[in-house]
Design a protein around this ligand. Structure first.
Ligand code: GDP
Ligand code: IMO
Ligand code: MG
Length: 422
């Protein structure tokens, strides 16, 4: 069984937790897009791990973890994360595989990410990790790939060309001193040497595994409304975050995928700029942010919070072909008297139930809410779906109905055991 797991909102839905929980039943866990803009949290016995590049299945010894071709890799961050996890006693030799075709993030990408933001009047609020500029180089065919780090002559040619052009731009457009070829060349050759044993053709590895029916779990990063095509453009990330991205990002064909699980929070959050129809007022925002600990796992920025938006999620279920939902963080809503769900948008006298592709509409849309009774008890100790309060079940059922997919997993806390399966 090959499963794609994707976020159906703006990221941080709790993908890391679900990946960790589902990892025990698969042979491979694969990251296929994004880079260290992602922050996936896994909590085991009270200890919290945040993974930016390593797949969230890494804590399960014996499972092979793959960073596939669609990911952009900052080797400094990757080596840091590898050493962090090794210090915890987790073995990675032989079970971490990095695609030779994955593109490499260089310091000029990271710095340019920040400099471009300063020049924009409509800031995106990126994570500043160089993700956009690295994908831009990939598309303009001047990118450098992980495999190139193992070939000194090739790396020299490509890096020389890049630095020549970038330094011109940095100096003339941004009044930045630019970068030394010598320093970057030496350090990236060294990263290549450190990562040599992990780099391979991961598309062959994965397709060979599929041929002998080894189950694969594809770990999406970010969320559907950060997708470069279908998200709230330009307030998006630079990759295809929807389930289709798992195929181009790994070289595994769509015919080999058996199911798609969409992860949603029981409410909505967003980090960075861009429209957010159901965003809470200031005080409610602060309240839920505190209860849900809604601070970015990558940048520490406070996350913007709002009511569950069924207009968005219904659209996301379709874009991703989600067969089922994993509904996370229901416990965060425990104390509320009334819980609202957005069922339509209105703007200029027009009411829509479909998520509009017109950003002006989304920016100005007013939410139409349906209200639900809160359950007003602590549900985090509940271990079986049937024991949930009636009001919680009603809320879940309404979301399933509005969004067109059943919730197969319900989460009431960050720990592994705080997960209810149906
Ligand atoms: P991801 O990027 O989708 O992996 O999500 P993040 O790790 O950025 O953010 C999700 C946060 O919610 C993490 O701190 C998780 O430990 C936490 N979390 C996950 N599921 C639950 C849940 O059901 N209840 C609560 N209270 N926290 C949860
Ligand atoms: P996970 O995988 C939430 C957001 C940034 C910004 C926009 C573009 O943990 O869910 P980028 O650095 O990618 O160019 O920033 O995308 N963003 C995320 N928001 N969760 C993430 O990842 C995100 N990765 C990027 O805040 O608005
Ligand atoms: Mg996150």
């Amino acid at each position: 069984m090959n499963t794609i797991l994707v976020g159906l909102q703006w990221g941080d839905e709790g993908k890391g937790k679900v990946i960790d929980v589902l990892s025990k039943d698969v042979a491979f866990v694969v990251r296929y897009q994004g880079g260290n803009n992602a922050g996936h949290t896994v909590v085991v016995d009270g200890e919290s791990f945040v993974f930016h590049l390593l797949p969230s299945g890494i804590l399960h010894q014996g499972k092979v973890c793959v960073i596939a071709n669609g990911v952009v890799v900052d080797p400094v961050v990757l080596l840091d994360e590898m050493s962090m996890i090794q210090k915890k006693g987790v073995k990675i030799e032989g079970r971490l595989k990095i695609s030779e075709q994955a593109h490499v993030i260089f310091p000029y990408h990271r710095i340019l990410d920040g400099l471009r933001e300063t020049k924009r009047s409509n800031k995106i609020g990126t994570t500043g990790r160089g993700i956009g500029p690295c994908y831009a180089d990939k598309a303009s065919r001047c990118g450098i790939r992980m495999g190139d780090l193992l070939n000194p002559r090739l790396l020299k040619d490509k890096l020389q060309d890049n630095i020549k052009e970038k330094n011109d731009i940095f100096k003339k457009v941004y009044r930045h001193p630019g970068f030394s070829f010598k320093d970057l060349y030496a350090s990236y050759l060294a990263y290549g040497r450190s990562l040599k044993n992990f780099i391979c053709d991961t598309s062959v590895l994965l397709n060979d595994a599929i041929a002998v029916k080894k189950p694969i779990l594809f770990e999406g990063a970010q969320g559907t409304f950060l997708d470069i095509d279908f998200g709230t453009y330009p307030f998006v990330t630079s990759s295809n975050t929807i389930s289709a991205g798992a195929c181009s990002g790994t070289g595994v064909a769509p015919t080999k995928i058996d199911r798609v699980i969409g992860v949603v929070k029981a409410y909505t959050t967003r980090v960075g700029e861009g429209p957010f129809v159901t965003e809470f007022s200031k005080s409610m925002n602060e309240d839920i942010r505190a209860k849900g600990r809604e601070f970015g796992a990558t940048t520490g920025r406070p996350r913007r919070c709002g009511w569950f938006d069924a207009v968005m999620v219904r659209h996301a279920v379709i874009l991703n072909g989600a067969d089922s939902l994993a509904m996370m963080k229901l416990d965060v809503l425990d104390q509320l008297d009334t819980i609202r769900v957005c069922v339509a948008y209105t703007y200029k006298g027009k009411t829509v139930q479909r998520f509009p592709s017109d950003l002006e509409f989304v920016k100005n849309a007013k939410p139409v809410y349906k209200d639900f009774r809160g359950w007003k008890i602590n549900i985090s100790k509940i271990r079986s779906y049937k024991d949930l309060p009636r009001a919680t079940k009603d809320y879940i059922a309404a979301i399933e109905d509005l969004c067109g997919a059943p919730a197969s997993i319900v989460s009431v806390g960050s720990g592994r055991d705080e997960t209810l399966f149906r």
